[in-house]
Design a protein around this ligand. Structure first.
Ligand code: EPU
Length: 420
């Protein structure tokens, strides 16, 4: 298994291109199942979760082509297997996103139950509830969710009991061809949901209100493939900003959308960073400035994202003053705390709160990545730590960060991948 070896401390300095968004690309890839003709996607990040999605679509009969610019063309005109097998679902929970499109276009879908994961139990009951309300018959058979709607889905008015990102996306895709007008209430407002809606609309869907809690979808008969460009990855962006903040560096992100990061940039400013932006760049300058601990509480968009919690916890550990981090989205998203403690961080846990008193000096250690964002936080910690850190199980990071060691290397980090 590959490892990353990082020797710190370093100053993160320079310019870095932000890749396409993983969490926008995955639903859009699955959304290609809705199109009767080929779709060409650009700005799709080169990541393990994307490869897994393409593999999944290929097992169903979709044709996948990639050009020299890494644009992906997907022809899902012929789909012979309407099934997501356990081997793929267990490596990528987002596989559940085939359910909505398959049910909408073919009236049937069979998806292995994803089960729990490192950050929590992560049920999919709301996805199922919504599709049932659209008239699907859904049974659990031998570890699979088996959904049938032989006469098509019916529009409905569905209020989600909890704000769920992939739940909203799955139901959005299920509803695009349902008869009549569907209303999804308490929908997730994340930019990735808006990107999916924009993609579906470009293909001929009639969706309004994406980005607000009430989304309306007027069913259409069919969708046709189009070229589409995926939005930049706001979490990758935030991760590089956090790396510059902890190392008293200065970084300029290019090909980014600052409007997706308002709550995060506000917290960086509160933490003492000088943040400036143009329409598609963000610069964070921490040179000669003192990092201050901040209080954060993770919440659905537009508030502070859970996917940036781990990175801010590292910042708080080394900053001046007391910081309080509250995780409200996932019940077990603090697996990185034990690893950070090995590096000298003092973090007091109380339920879903992580309290730091700050001014911790981090020291290199052997640590283990437990999930995607936890791995990112360990790399950030290693960049500021004195000495050598070895991060194992980095397959987690390859799921969500494109060419991470190359990007950090260019920004001045002493980072190396060891393959075994
Ligand atoms: N939930 C339910 N029932 C459901 C669905 C969700 O109770 O049917 C609960 C979850 O257990 C959780 C909360 O609702 O407590 C919110 O979960 P959500 O469904 O929004 O999460 P998700 O859609 O599974 C996506 C991202 C995550 C990100 C979360 C929250 C993708 C592929 N994944 O997950 O990204 O943390 O939204 O913003 O879009 C990551 O990139 O590292 C990552 C984990």
């Amino acid at each position: 298994m590959d490892k990353l070896v990082i020797c710190g401390p370093s100053h993160i300095q320079g310019e870095v291109d932000i890749s396409g968004s993983k969490n926008a690309a995955l639903p859009i890839l699955m959304g290609c199942l809705l199109a009767q003709s080929p779709v060409t996607l650009s700005n799709v990040p080169h990541l393990r979760d994307v490869t897994t999605s393409l593999q999944l679509l290929a097992t169903m009969g979709c044709e996948v082509m990639m050009d020299e610019n890494l644009n992906i063309t997907l022809d899902c005109s012929v789909v012979h297997a309407k099934e997501a097998p356990y081997e793929l679902v267990k490596t990528m929970r987002a596989s559940i996103l085939v359910m909505g499109p398959l049910l909408a276009r073919f009236g049937e879908a069979k998806v292995a139950l994803p089960g729990g994961c490192a950050i929590g139990s992560r049920p999919v009951d709301i996805h199922i509830q919504g599709m049932k309300q659209m008239g699907a018959d859904i049974q659990i058979e031998d570890g699979f969710i088996v959904a049938r709607a032989p006469n098509g889905l019916q529009a409905t008015d569905f209020s989600m009991p909890v704000v769920t990102v992939t739940g909203t996306e799955n139901l959005l895709m299920a509803a695009v061809m349902a008869k009549g007008k569907t209303i999804l209430r308490n929908a997730a407002c994340e930019p990735e949901v808006v990107d999916l809606a924009n993609f579906l609309n470009a293909m001929g869907a009639k969706i309004t209100g994406a980005g607000t809690p009430d989304i309306e979808i007027e069913g259409v008969a069919a969708l046709e493939g189009v070229p589409y460009r995926v939005i930049p990855d706001r979490i990758e962006a935030g991760t590089y900003l956090a790396a510059a903040a902890v190392t008293q560096g200065c970084v300029t992100l290019t090909k980014v959308d600052p409007s997706h990061l308002v709550a995060v940039l506000e917290k960086f400013e509160q933490a003492g960073a000088l943040v400036t932006h143009t329409q598609d760049t963000i610069t964070l300058d921490m040179r000669g400035r003192q990092l201050k601990a901040v209080d954060i509480e993770t919440q659905p968009y537009p508030l502070f994202p859970t996917d940036m919690q781990a990175q801010f916890l590292v910042m708080n550990a080394i900053a001046q003053g007391k910081g309080r981090v509250v995780e409200t989205i996932f019940e077990n998203r603090y697996m990185h705390v034990a690893e950070l403690e090995k590096m000298g961080a003092a973090i007091r846990m109380s339920g879903n709160e992580a309290i730091t008193l700050g001014a911790n000096k981090l020291i290199g250690a052997e640590v283990m990545a437990t999930d995607l964002r936890a791995s990112a936080c360990l790399i950030i910690a290693a960049l500021v730590a004195e000495g050598k850190t070895t991060v194992s199980r980095i397959y987690h990071i390859d799921r969500g960060y494109e060419r991470i060691e190359e990007k950090f290397h260019r920004l001045g980090a002493n980072i190396q991948r060891l393959s075994s």
